[in-house]
Design a binder for this molecule. Structure first.
Ligand code: F6P
Length: 516
C-alpha cells in the first residue's frame, strides 16, 4: 500500500530538528516581539487561498520553525499521500476503500477517476432536479431531515450558514437523536400533507436514524398520510434497505464517500432544497477551488498544509490539547459541532496505519461557540486560565443583513479578542493580569455565501487530511464508535427484563434503577 511507505512524523528526519528547535527557541517564542521586530512577519504568515484569507501571524511560530515543519511534511511524503487520495488509491486501508469526496465537487471532464466522476454527475443532476421540484411545490412547507453524524451535521450546518439564501415560507428541521423528545417536538407542529421526510443514512442501518424513520412513518400514517412515495425520500448507499423500508425515491452515493465528508453528495439534498440547484453548484464550485489549491500549490503556500503543520507544532511540541473555533457570524453556529465530527472522528486515533500505538498526541479537542456569545462565557479561561488554547477566529467582511449598527461592533470584537489574547495586559495585583502571547488564527471571508462556505469546509477537510497523514494514522475509519453501539444492543432488552447477569456492578446497579 503506497501510503504505508511514508514515515510517521516521529520517524522523519526533521522531527529531531524540531525537538531541538522547540527546546531552544520554540518554547519561549513571543509573538508580540516577533510582530514588533520582524517587518516581514505578517506577509510571511498570511495567505490568500480561494475565498479564504488567513492571518496566522499571531501564532507561536517563526519562519525557521515553519521551514522545519515543511521539511517534516516532505519527509512524511505529504504530497505523495495527497496525490494518492486524488488518484483514488484505497487509502482507507482498514475498510479497503478509496477516499474521494473531492470527486463530488469535480466538474464534468475534470481530473480524477473517470468512471466514478461520470456516476457523480449522473446522480447529481436528478438530485438537483428533484430539489427544484420540491422548491416549486408550494404544498410542501416543512422538510424534515432524519439522520445523524455526517448525515446530519453537514447539511444542518450548511442550511443554517446559508440561511440568507433560503426562500421564505419553508422550514427545515433536523432530527438526529434517538431521544424521542427531538422527533416528537418537531412532529408536533407538522401536518403530513405539507411535510417531506428525508431519511439520510449512508448505511441505512444506524439505530437512531432507523428508529426515528419508523416513528416518522408511523406518525405520517396515523395522521392520515397515505402517499409515502411523495412524502419520503432516502439518501443512502444502501438502496435495497431503503426500498425494503417502503421508500421509492432514493438518491444514492458510494462507499468512497465517508459519512463526515458527505454533504457534497445526496446527503446534501436538504441544502439543495433550501438554497436551490444553482447555489448548491456554487457550494461545490467553492470547494473545488479549494481542492485545486490543495492539489497544486507548493507546500509553503498551501493553506490546508500550513494549518495542519501548525496543528502538529501545537499538539506535539507545545503540548496544547485543545483548539477553540469562534465563528463571528451567527449563521455559522453549527460549524464547531460539524468540525468536532470532522476532526475528532477523523483524527481521534491512537494507532498508526500499521496498528502500532503512536507515542504522541493526535486530534486535539475541538470546541467553540459563535462570537460574541463565547466572550461572555468561556473567553475568561482563554485569556486568564492555566491552559493555552489556540483560537481560530472566523470573520466575514460583509454582513448578510441590513442592521447597520451591528456589524462594525461584531468586527471590532473579533479583532479585539485576537489582539487581547496576544497583547495581554500587565497588572501587578494579579487578578487583572493577562499573560498574553496566546495564539490565534484569523480566517476572513468577504461574504458568507455558497462558494466561500464550500471553500471553507474543503479547507478544513484537507487540513484534517494533512494532520492525519503526518501523524501516520487512518483519518477515514471510525472503529471507535462501534463498541458502544454493540453494548447498547445488549443493554436495551435488559432494561425491559431487569436481567443484570454478567454485568459489572456499576452498570447492573444503574440498570436496576432505570429498568421499567
Ligand atoms: O458515528 C459513526 C458514523 O458511522 C458516522 O461516521 C456517520 O456519519 C454516522 O455514524 C451516521 O451513519 P449513517 O449515515 O450510516 O447513518
Amino acid at each position: 500500500m503506497a501510503t504505508q511507505m511514508h514515515p510517521r512524523c516521529d520517524q522523519a528526519a526533521a522531527w529531531g530538528a524540531l525537538q531541538r528547535r522547540f527546546a531552544s527557541e520554540g518554547r519561549s517564542f513571543d509573538a508580540r516581539h516577533a510582530l514588533r521586530d520582524d517587518a516581514g512577519r505578517v506577509q510571511r504568515f498570511s495567505q490568500q487561498a480561494p475565498f479564504v484569507f488567513a492571518d496566522m501571524s499571531k501564532n507561536l511560530i517563526d519562519a525557521a520553525t515553519e521551514d522545519l515543519l515543511l521539511q517534516l511534511a516532505r519527509d512524511c511524503g505529504l504530497e505523495a499521500q495527497r496525490d494518492a487520495m486524488f488518484r483514488g488509491d484505497p487509502i482507507n486501508a482498514t475498510e479497503g476503500r478509496a477516499v474521494m469526496h473531492f470527486l463530488l465537487r469535480t466538474p464534468q471532464g475534470g481530473e480524477g477517476p473517470a468512471q466514478e466522476l461520470a456516476e457523480v454527475h449522473r446522480t447529481l443532476e436528478p438530485m438537483l432536479a428533484y430539489a427544484e421540484s420540491v422548491r416549486a411545490d408550494s404544498q410542501i412547507t416543512d422538510v424534515v431531515n432524519i439522520g445523524i453524524g455526517g448525515s446530519d451535521l453537514g447539511p444542518q450546518m450548511a442550511v443554517q450558514a446559508l440561511d440568507s439564501f433560503v426562500a421564505p415560507g419553508r422550514r427545515f428541521h433536523f432530527v438526529s437523536n434517538v431521544d424521542g423528545h427531538e422527533l416528537a417536538g418537531v412532529l408536533r407542529g407538522l401536518k403530513p400533507r405539507s411535510t417531506l421526510f428525508l431519511i439520510a443514512s449512508k448505511t441505512f442501518t444506524t439505530l437512531e436514524t432507523m428508529t426515528n424513520a419508523r416513528s416518522a412513518r408511523q406518525w405520517f400514517q396515523s395522521q392520515g398520510g397515505t402517499d409515502i412515495a411523495r412524502h419520503f425520500a432516502a439518501l443512502t448507499t444502501n438502496v435495497g434497505a431503503a426500498a425494503d423500508f417502503g421508500i421509492e425515491r432514493t438518491f444514492g452515493f458510494w462507499d468512497w464517500v465517508g459519512g463526515r465528508y458527505s454533504l457534497w453528495s445526496a446527503i446534501g439534498l436538504p441544502i439543495a432544497i433550501a438554497v436551490g440547484a444553482e447555489n448548491f453548484r456554487a457550494l461545490l464550485a467553492g470547494a473545488h477551488a479549494m481542492d485545486r489549491h490543495f492539489r497544486t500549490e507548493p507546500l509553503e503556500r498551501n493553506l490546508p498544509a500550513r494549518m495542519a503543520l501548525l496543528d502538529l507544532w501545537y499538539r506535539n511540541f507545545h503540548g496544547f490539547g485543545s483548539r477553540s473555533v469562534a465563528p463571528y457570524h451567527s449563521a455559522l453556529r453549527r460549524l464547531p459541532a460539524y468540525l468536532q465530527q470532522l476532526e475528532m472522528e477523523s483524527n481521534g486515533k491512537r494507532v498508526d496505519r500499521e496498528g502500532q500505538v503512536v507515542p504522541y498526541g493526535t486530534s486535539p479537542v475541538v470546541w467553540g461557540e459563535p462570537g460574541t456569545n463565547g466572550q461572555h462565557a468561556y473567553f475568561q479561561m482563554l485569556h486568564q486560565g492555566t491552559d493555552v488554547i489556540p483560537v481560530e477566529f472566523i470573520a466575514v467582511k460583509e454582513p448578510a443583513h441590513t442592521l447597520r449598527e451591528h456589524h462594525p461592533q461584531l468586527l471590532a470584537n473579533v479583532l479585539a479578542q485576537a489582539q487581547a489574547l496576544m497583547q495581554g495586559k500587565a497588572d501587578p495585583g494579579g487578578h487583572k493580569h493577562f499573560p498574553g502571547n496566546r495564539p490565534s488564527t484569523m480566517l476572513l471571508l468577504d461574504r458568507l455565501e455558497p462558494q466561500s462556505l464550500g471553500a471553507l469546509i474543503a479547507l478544513y477537510e484537507h487540513r484534517v487530511f494533512c494532520a492525519g497523514a503526518l501523524w501516520g494514522i487512518n483519518s477515514f475509519d471510525q472503529w471507535g464508535v462501534e463498541l458502544g453501539k454493540v453494548l447498547a444492543r445488549d443493554i436495551a432488552p435488559r432494561l425491559a427484563s431487569g436481567d443484570t447477569a454478567g454485568l459489572d456492578a456499576s452498570t447492573a446497579m444503574l440498570i436496576r434503577r432505570l429498568a421499567s
